[in-house]
Ligand binder design. Structure first.
Ligand SMILES: NC(=O)c1ccc[n+]([C@@H]2O[C@H](COP(=O)([O-])OP(=O)(O)OC[C@H]3O[C@@H](n4cnc5c(N)ncnc54)[C@H](O)[C@@H]3O)[C@@H](O)[C@H]2O)c1
Length: 199
């Protein structure tokens, strides 16, 4: 069994608490952290989580639990400070996409994880869905010949899907496009040589 704490019980964090983590039989949850009392109250009332397992700070949870894994389900801007602290405290870490706000922050965390000998993993769930898996198979088999260009047209009705990162600069690029970027790596079984973005 892997003992874990979860940090960030907001919109998607709650869905990890309710839908994702309970389906992993090798994980034992020993702590839930959120700076918002409303968020910790919600997992207690709606999911029956023991209040003794709820904490308002990562350091407090670290003091009172013996977890080895930190599941960081926070918004992007909180990833760098929280993941950094988790690694300093000696946790293995899985963090929601997108990894960090800047490449420098990402490199620093990767180096820190390496120095500490800890696993640092970014959750990227789209590549585990059936459609990308089928597309990757078609490409690998060369079903339609050699690939020379990929064009993606992505649209969704954000408001009805609960999308709410309007306060983030360029949210489609900063929050969502990592999904499509990672899918290109996966479906094409290739790595980028150069990247540019514009809004
Ligand atoms: N994998 C997917 O398909 C998918 C889909 C949507 C969103 N996401 C990602 O999930 C992540 C979380 O999004 P969200 O909508 O749940 O965010 P959110 O803003 O609803 O929740 C973040 C929570 O973290 C808490 N928090 C912030 N700083 C903290 C700190 N230092 N210590 C403890 N708690 C802190 C906040 O109080 C809040 O409850 C984002 O990175 C988003 O991109 C992933």
């Amino acid at each position: 069994m892997v003992k874990a704490i979860q940090i960030g019980l907001g919109h998607w964090g709650f869905s990890w608490t309710k839908e994702v983590i309970p389906k992993v039989p090798t994980v034992e949850m020993v702590g839930y952290v959120d700076t918002s009392l409303d968020a910790t109250a919600r997992v207690q009332t709606e999911l029956g989580i023991d209040p003794k397992l709820c904490f308002s700070s990562l350091d407090e949870a670290a003091k009172h639990t013996d977890a080895v894994l930190a599941i960081c389900t926070l918004r992007t801007e909180a990833h760098y400070p929280v993941v950094k602290r988790c690694l300093e405290l000696g946790y293995h870490v899985i963090v929601e996409k997108p990894f960090t706000t800047t490449i420098a922050q990402g490199k620093e965390l990767v180096a820190l994880a390496k120095a500490k000998g800890k696993v640092l993993m970014v959750s990227q769930n789209y590549r585990h869905q059936p459609a990308p898996i089928a597309a990757a198979k078609l490409i690998a088999e060369g079903k339609f010949g050699a690939m020379n260009m990929v064009s993606i047209d992505f649209r969704r009705h954000g408001p009805s899907q609960g999308y709410r990162y309007w306060d983030m600069p360029d949210p489609l690029l900063a929050d969502m496009s990592i999904h499509h970027f990672d899918l290109m790596r996966y479906v094409l079984n290739d790595e980028p040589v150069r990247l540019s973005c514009r809004t």
